[in-house]
Structure formats: C-alpha cells, structure tokens
Design a binder for this molecule. Structure first.
Ligand code: TYM
Length: 333
C-alpha cells in the first residue's frame, strides 16, 4: 500500500511557496496514493499563537486544501489536535530519538535564533512530533518542500531505531516526494532567503488571499538586477532573484525552466514581470476566491475536519496499540 501523510502549520500568511512546493502537489497525488493531509496545530504552538488566530488559521489551511482540489471524501483532511494518538506516539518517539540528532536540526537553530534559552521545549522536539505524525499511519511517502528534507531524515532514523530497539519491523522507511520546479521558492525581496510566513515584510511573499492588485504590486516591487533575463540556467549564477522569478513562472505555467528561458531569456525584467503577473493572477486567483468562499462557511470546513479526524483516529488506533504492545505497556483493560 502506498500511503501519503503531509502537514501544513496554521500559522497564517500561507504563501506561494507553500502552494507550489507542497499543497498543489498534494492535490496532484490523489489518484496514485491514499492521502492523509493534516493541519498541524500542535506544531504551530511551538511558537506563540493567539488562540483566536490559531482557530481562524486552522480553517484557512483547511480551506486551502479544499480549494486546491483535495477531495475530502476520497482522502482525509483533519487537524492534528483532534487525534490524540499524535501526542501519544510523539512521547514514545521522544524516548527513541537522541539529543545528538535533534542538535543537528538546522530549522531549530534558525527558528530559535540567538535566544535559544528562551525557545519552547516543544520547538526543540518539533521534528519528533513530525516523525510521529507520519509513522502513526505507517505512511510510505511524504510530499514536502525542500526545507523539510532534514526532518524526514530524522523520521527515518527514529523509525529505524524503534524497529531495531524492539526487534520488530513496525514502521516502514519513508520516502520524501520533493518534486516540481518550485521546491524552494525564495523571498521576493531577497533571492537568497526562503519565502516564509514569518518574514516581517509583506512584500517578501505572495499570499493565498492576495487579490490581483496585491499580486501585481508585489511582483512589480520584487527585487531584480540591472541586466536582462539570462538565456540559459548557467546565467542564474550570482543572480538569485532572476532564478527565483523564472522558477516561479515555470512552476505556475507547468513548464520546464529551460522552456521559460527559451521564451523570455534576453528580455527586460519589466516585460517579464508583466507576463508573470498575468500568469500568477490567472493561476492563483481562482484558488484564492474558492478559499474565501469556503472561509465564509466555517460550518462546512469544521464538518470536513471532524469527519477527517474520526477516520484518521480509526486508522491510528490499531497502529498505536501495536506500538504499545511492542514497548511493553501493559494493557490490563
Ligand atoms: P510548513 O507549514 O512550514 O510548510 C508547509 C509546506 O510548505 C513547504 N514550503 C515551501 N516549499 C517551497 N518553497 C518555500 N519557500 C516553502 N516554504 C514552505 C514546506 O516544505 C511544507 O511542505 N514541519 C512542517 C509541517 C509538518 C509536516 C508533518 C510535514 C508537520 N508534520 C509531517 C510533513 C509530514 C512545516 O513546518 O511545514
């Protein structure tokens, strides 16, 4: 059986990188895999979230999944906190994962920054919860953007150590699915930085709810360099902004980067930006509108999450039971 699990944090500012690097791929994998897509609210609270915003953002990510075309009747969409087995397996995995492994996680270092002592303990064990998310369903494949690769390696290490320690092949070895042109979308203000939800500048990202005017303005203001567009990928050397805008175009248009360069190479940025704006509005506009429509009907969104959580729970329970038994937790009931 080929089963997918992937998650998105409800931390607001869902952007083009999340869409092109992950969520659009989620929808494209539906015919080939059994899919479980999760709004990871327990991951979100590893940094402070205003409770009312967390609720709204959870609905927003759910609406994005639906607007992207994921079918919640054929697959599962739910929010993590509604299935307690995630926390239960995470505790066991906390006792399997080694501190040395967690100390190597680059995302913790980036997120904790200089104030490491002040970061939550949850932020530190964040990748362990992620391993539990995936292994709770014995998922075999995980579609993600490039930035999650290290966390998936940790997932493999935890699963393998669990199997070794307890002498049973309980967990599969998971494969990342990192594909498409836009596995790492960069900031529109600085082509060397990842596009992220937490960048203080709104102009660094196109969000899922941006309308045509905002999209046009952000692309117009996007950082470039003084030369015309390169004519081949070799010309991206030392020109991260050019590389990023062309990659975004390729991904939105479902074209190879080389084909975009064949069409637009040698042109001025101003001309290319106009074409990119038209394309972005054409592709993102309908998704954004469908999201807005869904968010005006929270009852429907909540019903999708409730139904998904019940079905996820039913899949997770027997696997957690198998884990408890392997560990030696006495079940005297
Ligand atoms: P999160 O919420 O940061 O991001 C959601 C997805 O979007 C991808 N992504 C990007 N892709 C391309 N370019 C970018 N600039 C960009 N920024 C983000 C991410 O790679 C991700 O696929 N730890 C995860 C959530 C998670 C999870 C899981 C994922 C929790 N449990 C289990 C997979 C499996 C995260 O923080 O994603």
């Amino acid at each position: 059986m080929k089963r997918i699990f992937s998650g998105v944090q409800p931390t607001g500012n869902l952007h083009l990188g999340n869409y092109l690097g992950a969520i659009r791929n989620f929808a494209r994998l539906q015919d080939e895999y059994e899919c479980i897509y999760c709004v990871v609210d327990m991951h979100a609270i590893t940094v402070w979230q205003e409770p009312a915003e967390l609720e709204a953002n959870t609905r927003e990510v759910t609406a994005t999944f639906l607007a992207a075309g994921i079918d919640p009747t054929r697959h599962i969409i739910f929010n993590q906190s509604q299935v307690p087995a995630h926390a239960e397996l995470a505790w066991i995995f906390n006792c399997v994962a080694r501190l040395g492994w967690l100390n190597r996680m680059t995302q913790f270092k980036e997120k904790a920054g200089k104030h490491r002592e002040n970061a939550s303990a949850g932020l530190y064990v964040y990748p362990v919860l992620m391993a539990a998310d995936i292994m709770l369903y014995k998922a075999t494949h995980v579609p993600v953007g490039e930035d999650q690769k290290q966390h998936l390696e940790l997932t493999r290490d935890v699963a393998q150590k669990f199997n070794n320690d307890f002498g049973r092949e309980v967990f599969p070895i998971v494969e990342p699915l990192i594909f498409g042109e836009a596995t790492r979308v960069m900031s529109l203000r600085d082509g060397t930085k990842k596009m992220s939800k937490s960048d203080p500048s709104d102009y660094s990202r196109i969000t899922m709810t941006d309308g045509p005017d905002e999209i046009a303005q952000k692309i117009r203001k996007a950082k470039t360099d003084p030369q015309p567009l390169p004519e081949s990928v070799e010309g991206f050397e030392g020109r991260p902004e050019a590389a990023n805008l062309i990659t975004i175009y390729a991904s939105l248009a479902d074209m190879e980067t080389e084909a975009v360069l064949a069409e637009h190479g040698g042109r001025q940025f101003s001309e290319f930006k106009a074409a990119l704006t038209d394309l972005a509005v054409e592709k993102m506009g309908p998704v954004g509108q469908e999201m807005q429509r869904l968010m005006s009907d929270p009852g429907h969104v909540d019903a999708v999450l409730k139904d998904g959580a019940e079905r996820a729970d039913a899949l997770a329970r027997p696997i957690l039971r198998e884990v408890y038994e392997a560990v030696g937790f006495l079940n005297a009931r």
